[in-house]
Write a protein that binds this ligand. Structure first.
Ligand SMILES: NC(=O)c1ccc[n+]([C@@H]2O[C@H](COP(=O)([O-])OP(=O)(O)OC[C@H]3O[C@@H](n4cnc5c(N)ncnc54)[C@H](OP(=O)(O)O)[C@@H]3O)[C@@H](O)[C@H]2O)c1
Length: 342
């Protein structure tokens, strides 16, 4: 009798949980990954290098087909077109997660507010969900990449906290920070980073760094999630790694899952708990990448992928800026090494 009661209670709790999860997550994706309403969706559309003539359609198409998260930045010089795509989708603002980024030339207090206002206006939204400090590097305004020694990223963080207080953005975060740099923000923040967007993919896994973010409560947004597929990365590192789409490990794993390599790689990113933001201008790829949310990864698959890490960074403008980036991470900037620019 007692056992029967316990079973009944367990069944009611299970049903209630399912109902709660379904009603709390009202994003358009078919699978429920976020547990709390308002969490960042685990799949977004990237827009770096998206052609100004193509990006509006790509954004509209993605939002019409289950995406609910757009990753933008002022420096991509296409936020106005991205905004046209958001508007054309007709989706209610509350159903879309929109991220933008503060560029290096706008770190000073007087510049930052104007910069976020421009991003908000161009994107055609009233507020952002997330505003990221694009790099832990400040440039003197209107002087190219001359370093602004008088503005620290901690100063800029305080400026960004004010942007939350003024309701320009729901959350703030960082991008391309070393671990010590994130810690320096955590040590002083009144409004703490919601997320850190950095390069991570099967060839630069940085698992310990990803796990550390989980421990300190900061979401990880994985940029360039398709590894070296971005055409600007093609000849990086002197051909040290071939295209991931031709990698025998990944072609075999994808075939075993009846998936494409892009889907398998993105599914791995989701399974490890990172947010993935593949860029695409192609309807076919946008659909294909969304299919990644349907692919399962076992513990054994995860262990096999962990052995494939090549610790190779594709995106490091540090040398051209004269700044040592990623100093406590895999493949840091080598100021005397080969060029590996953004
Ligand atoms: N915070 C930062 O500093 C930072 C730095 C880099 C990137 N990001 C963000 O992260 C986003 C993604 O990174 P990313 O653009 O460097 O690289 P990515 O998303 O890993 O790769 C993009 C490339 O993959 C192609 N592609 C996409 N889906 C494909 C598929 N299913 N099959 C074959 N090819 C496919 C795209 O071409 P098509 O357009 O033809 O599909 C494009 O050439 C960026 O767009 C940007 O929003 C942020």
């Amino acid at each position: 009798m007692a056992f029967g009661k316990a079973l009944a209670v367990a069944a009611i709790v299970a049903v209630t949980l399912v109902v709660l999860l379904r009603t709390e997550h009202d994003y358009a994706s078919t699978k429920i990954f976020s547990l709390k309403k308002g969490d960042i969706p685990q799949l977004g559309l990237g827009t770096w290098l998206s052609d100004r003539d193509e990006v509006a359609h790509a954004v509209e198409y993605a939002l019409d087909n289950g995406y609910d998260h757009i990753d933008a930045a002022l420096i991509y010089r296409n936020e106005d077109q991205t905004g046209k795509g958001i508007k054309a989708s007709g989706l209610d603002r509350s159903k879309i997660w929109v991220t933008s980024k503060l560029w290096n030339s706008d770190h000073r207090k007087d510049k930052a507010e104007a910069a976020i206002q421009k991003s908000i206006a161009d994107l055609g939204v009233d507020f952002l969900d997330l505003y990221l400090m694009h790099w832990p590097v400040a440039f003197v305004p209107d002087e190219g990449t001359r370093l602004d020694e008088g503005t620290s990223f901690v100063d800029t963080w305080r400026t960004m906290e004010d942007l939350v207080r003024k309701n320009y953005t729901r959350h703030i975060g960082v991008s391309n920070f070393a671990r010590a740099d994130v810690q320096a923000i955590l040590d002083v923040c009144a409004i703490c980073p919601y997320a850190h967007e950095f390069e991570t993919h099967p060839y630069l896994q940085q698992q310990a760094f990803v796990d550390w973010h989980r421990a300190v409560g900061v979401e990880v947004i994985a940029y360039s999630p398709l590894a070296n597929t971005n055409p600007t990365y093609r000849d990086k590192k002197g051909g040290l790694v071939g295209p991931i789409f031709e990698d025998p490990f990944w072609t075999a794993l994808a075939a075993a899952k009846n998936a494409t390599v892009a889907q398998a790689v993105l599914a791995w990113g989701v399974r490890r708990g990172t947010v993935v933001i593949p860029k695409s201008e192609s309807e076919k790829h946008i659909d294909e990448n969304r299919g990644a949310l349907e692919i399962e990864f076992s513990k054994e698959d995860m262990e096999a992928v962990a052995k494939q890490d090549k610790k190779v960074r594709m995106n490091d403008p540090g040398k051209s800026w004269g700044v040592e980036l990623f100093s406590d991470l895999d493949d840091p900037t080598e100021l005397d090494g080969d060029d590996n620019e953004l």
